[in-house]
Ligand binder design. Structure first.
Ligand code: BEZ
Length: 211
């Protein structure tokens, strides 16, 4: 069955480079980014894992735990980690799931047979503290992802969970936001007492409320 936004992220038990985990227990109460890469000892994946490890402080600031996966073994992940540290100048500092029997890959539909019938594509799931799936991304093997974009989405999700706003195109933390259409002008006056810029009745731009 396919996973959709708002679904509970399927739980699993798996070996990782930091020991065996039960996924829901491991992330308990935190946001999580679960991402797959196609294969260990490959160039694009090497750059992605090094860069993601460099973002550890940014993920930590937002209360996010990161975990990677491919259909390689934990032993291979550990051997590959040396190459990542040497070539990217950064050691991997998050667990990598070993999934050679494809249990987790199949559970999360990370293998797209018409792209490649044995390897995982570049999937990303952002999962909230209640274990709900809040974002899914799927990239092809040949295109490295933009992990800054993943942080940007987390900023948007955390903001819009707390305030009745949505974030516009290319928004980044600190930029103006949009009052959600479900809020009447009467209620908006109470929620945003400093006012807003009404471009149209449905496009009401307001300063980011938590700034
Ligand atoms: C890579 O990470 O470079 C890669 C992995 C699988 C297929 C193509 C590229």
């Amino acid at each position: 069955m396919s996973i959709r936004l708002g679904d509970v992220a399927p739980n699993f038990k798996a070996p990782t480079t930091e020991g065996d985990i039960d996924f829901h227990e491991w992330k308990k109460g935190s946001w999580a980014v679960l991402f797959s890469h196609p294969k260990d000892f490959t160039p694009v994946c090497t750059t992605e894992l090094g860069y993601t490890a460099k973002l550890k402080g940014e993920f930590a600031k937002r209360g996010v735990k990161v975990i990677g996966l491919s259909v390689d073994s934990v032993d291979d992940h550990k051997k590959w980690a040396g190459d990542i540290e040497r070539t990217q100048g950064q050691a991997v500092n998050f667990p990598m799931i070993g999934d050679p029997d494809k249990t987790v890959a199949n559970l999360y539909d990370m293998i797209h047979p018409n792209a490649n019938n044995t390897l995982t594509v570049r999937s990303v799931f952002i999962i909230d503290p209640n274990d709900k799936v809040r974002l899914m991304l799927t990239y092809p093997a040949s295109t490295g992802r933009n992990f800054d974009e993943i942080l940007r989405v987390i900023d948007s999700l955390q903001l819009t969970d707390g305030y009745k706003v949505a974030t516009p195109v290319n928004w980044k933390d600190g930029d103006d936001v949009i009052i959600v259409p479900a809020v009447s002008n009467e209620d908006a006056k109470k929620l945003f007492p400093k006012g807003w810029d009404e471009k149209t009745p449905y496009l009401r731009v307001v300063k980011q409320p938590n700034r």
